[in-house]
Ligand binder design. Structure first.
Ligand code: VGL
Ligand code: ZN
Length: 203
């Protein structure tokens, strides 16, 4: 059994959103096209309380893009984004959401960030995604979404570590690129760990 994961295809990561990923909107048609080939589709959803520790606004004197130490982990500070129950946190309007079997929310704990759909950044708590996929007989995972260098990367690496056979649809991903080349490096890191980097027509 194989499944497709849509990573964080939410308004705030699209052009005009609070943490807009350049050309993020271009992946929506790719997401829909690939989804038509799958019987099981999961979406992850970044879902933060307003007091989330990843928001620069919650650290007086700190700026967006700076890194801080957060409980022993390095944490990039972001603009307020994907605040629970806001329009910015909703899945992108052009998505065929009727295809989604289940949405897994992450980043709900105000004290720790969660780029991966499987675990928080400290690997302290599971979202239950791996167990849920296994209970459905899933052995192979395809992934696309936003952002390549953060949530896509983290989700793909955790999935690989959890033992799923992994494919990343590169044209279905876009990155933040806080530093030039971050997304490219993330793709190479994933490839180096055995994740297949594929085109959408390979589905
Ligand atoms: C993401 C930064 C902060 C992502 C989420 O979806 O890649 N990046 N929160
Ligand atoms: Zn976030």
């Amino acid at each position: 059994m194989r499944a497709l994961i849509w990573v964080d295809l939410q308004n705030d990561f699209l052009p005009g959103g609070a943490l807009a990923v350049p050309q993020g909107d271009e992946v929506i048609p790719v997401a829909n096209r690939v989804a038509a080939r799958f019987d099981l589709i999961v979406a992850t959803q970044d879902w933060h309380p307003q007091n989330h520790a990843s928001f620069a606004s919650n650290h007086p004197g700190k700026k967006i893009g700076e890194s801080i130490d957060l409980g022993g982990l390095s944490q990039v500070l972001w603009p307020d984004h994907c605040v629970e129950n806001t329009r910015g946190a909703e899945l992108a309007p052009g998505l065929e959401v009727g295809r989604i079997t289940r949405v897994f929310q992450k980043g709900t704990d105000p004290e720790i960030d969660s780029y991966s759909g499987f675990y928080d950044n400290g690997h302290r708590k599971s979202t239950g995604l791996a167990e849920w996929l296994r209970s459905r007989g899933v052995e192979e995972l395809w992934l696309l979404g936003l952002a390549t260098d953060y949530c896509v990367r983290a989700t793909a690496l955790d999935a690989q570590q959890e033992g799923f056979r992994m494919a990343l649809v590169e044209e279905g991903c876009r990155g933040v690129d806080l530093n030039v080349g971050d997304s490219k490096a993330a793709i190479e890191e994933m490839r180096g760990k055995g994740i297949r980097i594929v085109g959408s027509d390979a589905a």
